[in-house]
Design a protein around this ligand. Sequence first.
Ligand code: PLP
Length: 411
Amino acid sequence: MATINDNYLKLKAGYLFPEIARRVNSFIEANPDAKIIKLGIGDVTEPLPEACRTAMVKAVEEMGARSTFKGYGPEQGYGWLREKIAQQDFQARGCEIDASEIFISDGSKCDTGNILDIFGKNNIIAVTDPVYPVYVDTNVMAGHTGSANDRGEFDGLVYLPITAENNFTAEIPSQKVDLIYLCFPNNPTGATASKEHLKAWVDYAKANGAIILFDAAYEAFITDSNLPHSIYEIDGARDCAIEFRSFSKNAGFTGTRCALTVVPKTLIAKASDGSDVELWKLWNRRQSTKFNGVSYIVQRGAEAVYSEEGQAQVRALVDFYMENARIICEQLKAAGLSVYGGVNAPYVWVKTPQGLSSWDFFDKLLQTCNVVGTPGSGFGAAGEGYFRISAFNSRENVNEAMKRITEKFKA
Ligand code: PLP
């Protein structure tokens, strides 16, 4: 009889979003006329930028002629896309990143999970709490943890709370850890990291031989010009950090799928015999073996993000969502709620009022305003007492949802 990877049995069966759906569905059954507005899931709603669509249509045409047809491409991505990313996303910001250190993929979700393939089994792993759940669940699947306690915390992981008390910045741990997941601007809290904060992490990582796994999926939403967009803006990060980026949220590629991972050639980790190994070589080997690249058509679409029109259109998309975020923050504050985030990130992190639990607040919003958000406790124990509202929606829905909330909560 075949056996399974028992580690999967340690996972809670995708508790958060199915539970949200269950509560929403039972509410709709009881209230079939209710006009529900969903500000829960972090999926984009606006169409793909025209520059990307035009480039993809052209690429489809190229696939229709033998002379321009493309079969398998380089597993690492096409050079023309990697060059543009290196120049415009990194070198233009003073980051010393070469095109050969950029790996194109079909998503940051898979990259942040797959990266564990190249690391050993005995690393001490730190995650923030609350956290993007993929970092935790992929470590559970890989057998890097024990079981979960009743707060949902897995034995063997180091949890770094990010709450209002520490201004939503993960404090440097007093103990030694080997892998650290950082996500800034943060999902779910919308918090950001200053250069000084990231410098402290880089210094810690270098002093301890640790690797930072830096998720910059939301860097395009940074509006404050003092904030770093990339961890490589910090001196020394080339020696201790891998960065993940995605076209999902800036250019609306959630359904189109394109992302990138930066693995500097200067990154070293230890083999079990004590020798030094370049992580770039391992990731290159991993991708060449298990991945066959992103489609040519999609990579042409991503390339168009870097054209003049593409840049302007992506800026307009991001500005659109950030105006939603501004409206959400303004209206929730007017309703007397404490809000965080929403300035350099498309997520607003709300302190639940009257000491309500995250789920009680979820139910209250659903029942009194017919608005759906995401309970903060679903992202980790330290998210209890918070609630995430996403700015990814139409202006009409955002305005209507905020009108309902202010009316109910002001009263
Ligand atoms: N990283 C973070 C922090 C996210 O919030 C998300 C999506 O919500 C992703 C990565 C996934 O990105 P992708 O669509 O490229 O897989």
